[in-house]
Design a binder for this molecule. Structure first.
Ligand code: DP6
Length: 357
């Protein structure tokens, strides 16, 4: 039996309860792009856990047969409900008791649905923290905090790969890597204490180039990596970049940090451009902003860099102590390039948290 399986049954025991979790989004520094088998990553990745962009999910549960009723932003959402129901069905080999309960789930996001910010990491990790709490309440398992988080990360990975990293504070790493002790393809680990504390103070200003729904979903993008002629080289490069990045973060080498982070962002988009059929998620304004950021860095000597998600929006990354200078630059030069002048301010945060009512 696998480490995370709990094949106990509820049986005749009467169950009724409620649990609420808040879980953040994250922004990858080394990107996960490509997977195989049952949600196994083609390469290892690492991300900053965010603070302000989060999902808050309340789960009410009672004896039943795996039925999910889902409310998103206060309104019943059948499509999301079905997705969650299917996910729980897909992991019933791990926890058969999921099918012995019915759930009423109410979820909200702190960020606007249309802002172009990835919501699967926050939504799925909040859900899986809730599922682990339910398991703990019913069977008195997962009493040790580390085991609890590891199982929550394991389940989150099965729901959405990047969600596995969101449960941990500050810096989550997912994927087996020879240079990273304790790393695994099955779940992410907390690596925040393996880097210089300056990285715990990082700010993330999200410059919205476009909030339009993506033309190509992440799921499809991952799939296209199976046919990408550069895939093997990319997976080796990502693992190499991860080692270099962790080494640089340990000794506060900000130049190497910025170099690898920007290389990873542009490589992700280069992989999209070299998939078949090729696709481009960048906007013209994304490129203009990148050019301005690099020029500003050169002229000011300040350690500010960018990364990108699978979309056109720029995630500006910089230590808190230069926030005033960077934010002035953003107001003066980048704001006018953002769609409806929208910028979302975020920062490195503390991971998933239970909300007590
Ligand atoms: C570009 O985690 O959304 O954000 O596992 O299919 O749910 P699924 O994919 P997802 O992919 C995230 C891709 C990325 C890079 C990253 O977060 O590492």
């Amino acid at each position: 039996m696998e480490k995370f399986n709990n094949i106990e049954k509820i049986g005749n025991k009467e169950i009724q309860g409620e649990t609420t979790w808040k879980s953040p989004s994250n922004i990858a520094l080394v990107k996960y792009w490509g997977k195989y088998g049952r949600q196994m990553p083609a390469n290892a990745s690492v991300s900053f856990t965010l603070e302000n962009a989060y999902s808050k999910t309340t789960m009410k549960y009672k004896n039943g047969s795996g039925k999910v009723t889902l409310f998103f932003e206060g309104e019943k959402n059948e499509a999301f409900g079905e997705k969650i129901e299917k996910f729980m069905e897909s992991v019933k080999d791990i926890n058969p008791f999921y099918q012995e309960l019915d759930y009423e789930i109410s979820s909200t996001n702190s960020f606007p649905h249309s802002a172009g910010i990835a919501s699967s990491a926050s939504a799925m990790s909040a859900l899986c923290m809730g599922l682990c709490k339910i398991e703990k309440n019913i069977f008195e398992t997962l009493t040790d905090k580390d085991t609890f988080l590891q199982k929550a990360s394991y389940l989150s990975r099965l729901a959405s790969g990047s969600a596995s990293r969101s449960v941990y504070p500050k810096l989550g790493q997912w994927g087996e890597h020879a240079g990273i002790e304790g790393s695994s393809n099955l779940y992410a680990i907390d690596v925040h204490d393996r880097v210089d504390p300056i990285f715990h103070t990082y700010k993330n200003s999200i410059l919205i180039a476009s909030s339009a729904v993506k033309e190509v979903s992440s799921t499809l993008g991952h799939k296209m990596m199976n046919e990408n002629p550069y895939a093997a080289v990319r997976f080796a490069q990502a693992n190499d970049n991860l080692q270099k990045l962790m080494d640089a973060m340990k000794i506060r080498d900000l130049d190497t940090f910025m170099q690898i982070v920007e290389l990873e962002a542009l490589t992700l988009h280069a992989l999209m451009m070299t998939s078949n059929p090729s696709f481009i998620l960048l906007q013209p304004s994304t490129i203009v902003m990148i050019d301005k950021i690099r020029k500003f860095r050169k002229a000011s000597g300040l350690p500010v860099c960018f990364t990108l998600d699978a979309g056109p929006n720029i995630h500006l990354l910089y230590p808190e102590k230069i926030a005033t200078e960077v934010q002035k630059f953003v107001q003066d030069e980048l704001l006018e390039l953002c769609e409806n002048s929208v910028i979302i301010e975020d920062e490195v945060g503390n991971g998933s948290k239970e909300i007590m009512n």
